[in-house]
Design a protein around this ligand. Structure first.
Ligand SMILES: *Cc1c(COP(=O)(O)O)cnc(C)c1O
Length: 444
């Protein structure tokens, strides 16, 4: 397994992250356990901030909190000077509870409800990324009723298909549920409508072309298309876009063969393209906003499991089951995502067998890894799966009424609980048995 960030194998032959031996973390917190390498998260934040500072352009780096939205993470991101994207009232609530400055919060989503819009306006968030005409009218109506003006970016699809690894991770093409298409004129019409709305301040456009992208071409092409669009809007409507938001999607290394670029390389490609294509449109270059999620937290996360049962099918394969699965990591089931693992309590031992790692849910698709080489695996061993920081905890479920794991931050030999493991009580906390049914059960 590739060792990210502060992960290393210590003298005892155990995996250590942030200076913490995972066998001790298991003793203290139990498994499954999400372990987040705080230093690596901060390093990724700084890579983005430093690269943009070096460009000389105005900028905001907004962490896409859907990748991993918890209060401690919001605090950390605020400390590092980033902005924050939210996609629901729940993510907004998390950020506000954590004391994240509302003016640096951006609200996304293709179906924001009236309640969500009201909540966000009352909180005084910095910007709404408007997805469609229904939302545009709704936002105007609510802003008008509250006698405020809200900042707006229009989400556009520039007709770029990013080379993402799975079709569901592409969003910049014309046939997408998200945004106004530039090619068919709907983005232009949306700009006209937005600029007519008294309580909306149009800042510019937003595009997000996909996820887990390993090249710069898609971003550069998006910049070029958006610059052409911006020039047309300036010339024909005399409207300026002070902000251009280029979304997220910067790739990370999950397994051997994944070839992400450095953060500085993605940012330089984008800012250079902006300088080239936006030169001469209006009086100054726009501010550039980006929205990395996965590349801020993905490789900082490791999930620690305890090995339980196994099943060997002679001549076919050996299944090794762990105490979690699709409930804490649905990505293999959803996207056929690949992961690497190691035996964290015997990390220096030579690999002896090829096994497949199964979860404990009642689904044949509940597999975490097909065919991973490990030392001879026994019950009670600790299995570490790397690169689980993004879209794991945030996508976790209670399927089979399995309790969601705890999350800890580790750094400098210390560990801090940032999300408590769910209790049995948590599992039934919202259940209600109606009186008439409860009575029947008693009288039976
Ligand atoms: C999901 C998403 C992001 C973050 O994507 P990553 O691949 O995690 O970087 C950014 N912006 C928008 C609009 C998104 O939907």
């Amino acid at each position: 397994m590739f060792l990210h960030g502060t992960s290393r194998i210590n003298d005892a032959g155990h995996l250590e992250i942030g200076g913490c031996d995972v066998t001790e973390l298991k003793a203290e917190y139990g498994t499954p356990l999400y372990i987040m390498d705080e230093q690596l998260i901060r390093q990724r934040c700084r890579e983005y901030m430093d690269a943009f500072r070096a460009s000389g352009l105005g900028f905001q780096v907004a962490y896409a909190s859907k990748a991993f939205s918890i209060m401690a993470m919001c605090r950390l991101v605020d400390e590092e000077g980033l902005s924050l994207d939210v996609v629901s009232d729940g993510e907004l609530y998390t950020a506000l509870q954590a004391g994240f400055p509302a003016e640096r919060i951006h609200f996304h989503g293709n179906n924001k409800t009236p309640d969500e819009i009201e909540m966000a306006i009352e909180a005084g968030i910095g910007c709404f990324v408007v997805d469609n005409l229904v939302e545009l009218s709704l936002l105007q109506a609510i802003a008008s009723s509250k006698e405020v003006t809200v900042n707006v970016l229009l989400r556009v699809t520039p007709g770029v298909e990013a080379h993402a690894h799975h079709a569901y991770a592409s969003t910049g093409q014309t046939d997408s549920k998200f945004g106004f298409d530039i090619g068919n004129g709907s983005a232009y019409a949306a700009v006209q409508q937005a600029s007519d709305k008294a309580n909306l301040q149009l800042l510019g456009v937003h595009s997000h072309i996909g996820s887990q992208i390993f090249e710069t071409e898609g971003f550069q092409l998006a910049v070029e298309r958006i610059a052409d669009f911006t020039r047309k809007v300036k010339e024909e409507l005399n409207i300026d876009f002070p902000v251009v938001n280029l979304g997220g999607g910067f790739g990370i290394r999950y397994v051997d063969g994944d070839t992400p670029l450095l953060v500085s390389e993605y940012v330089a490609a984008i800012t250079d393209a902006v300088k080239t294509h936006f030169a001469g449109i209006g009086s100054s270059l726009p501010q550039i906003w980006v929205e990395p999620g996965r590349s801020i937290v993905g490789d900082a996360g490791t999930t620690l499991y305890t090995v339980g049962t196994n099943k060997e099918i002679p001549g076919v394969r050996k299944y090794v089951a762990v105490d979690g699965g699709m409930t804490d990591n649905p990505r293999p089931a959803l996207y056929e995502s690949k992961y690497e693992a190691l035996l964290a309590n015997r990390a220096t031992e030579a690999n002896e067998e090829t096994v497949s790692i199964a979860g404990k849910c009642c689904e044949s698709g509940d597999m975490l890894i097909w065919d991973v080489e490990l030392p001879a695996v026994q019950s009670g061993d600790l299995l570490a799966v790397a690169c689980t920081g993004a879209y794991n905890y945030s996508m976790a479920s209670n399927y089979n009424r399995i309790r969601r794991p705890a999350v800890i931050f580790v750094q400098n030999g210390e560990s801090d609980l940032v999300v408590r493991r769910e209790s049995h009580g948590d599992i039934v906390v919202n259940d209600i048995v109606p009186e008439r049914i409860a009575k029947k059960a008693v009288t039976k």
